[in-house]
Design a protein around this ligand. Structure first.
Ligand SMILES: [Zn+2]
Length: 143
């Protein structure tokens, strides 16, 4: 569990009240089952990069998914993309590179709910500053 960093505020474009088409572009899928579960995305309006990581899923095809969101600096994304493109057959190095992204991601209080079947963001919720956000990977929590 972790509390959101009060200094890390998600951009207003990802705060939505009604279902809208994804307000972001998916830049890199990091993990997925029938669609992404962990991804680096970028706001379509302002270009802010985010790490989104699945908290929970439900629905007939597990298409409805909630995600915690973390801010990512552009240089962190660029470095990671560069490393990934270069390809790493060294599993240890690949996981070290991924770990570096995670440690530089700044957890925000914004939790988003997506429907992967319709490519919509169903809702968003700004959690209270004392909220405990599960930080474990979903594969450890849900399976
Ligand atoms: Zn934005």
């Amino acid at each position: 569990m972790a509390k959101p960093d009060p200094a890390s505020v998600a951009c207003e474009h990802l705060v939505t009240d009604n279902p809208v088409p994804f307000p972001f572009d998916v830049e890199m899928v990091l993990d997925g089952v029938s669609g992404f579960t962990d991804a680096i995305v970028r706001c379509k309006s302002c270009g802010q990069a985010y790490l989104i990581e699945m908290l929970d899923w439900w629905g007939a095809r597990f298409q409805r998914r909630t995600f915690r969101t973390s801010l990512l600096a552009n240089d962190v994304v660029a470095q990671y993309a560069h490393n990934r493109q270069r390809g790493s057959c060294d599993v240890k190095r690949a996981s070290a590179e991924w770990h570096a992204v995670q440690t530089q991601a700044k957890l925000t209080p914004l939790r988003i709910t997506l429907d992967l079947d319709t490519s919509q963001q169903i809702e968003s919720r700004v959690l209270p500053s004392d909220a405990d956000i599960p930080m474990g990977h979903w594969r450890e929590r849900l399976t």
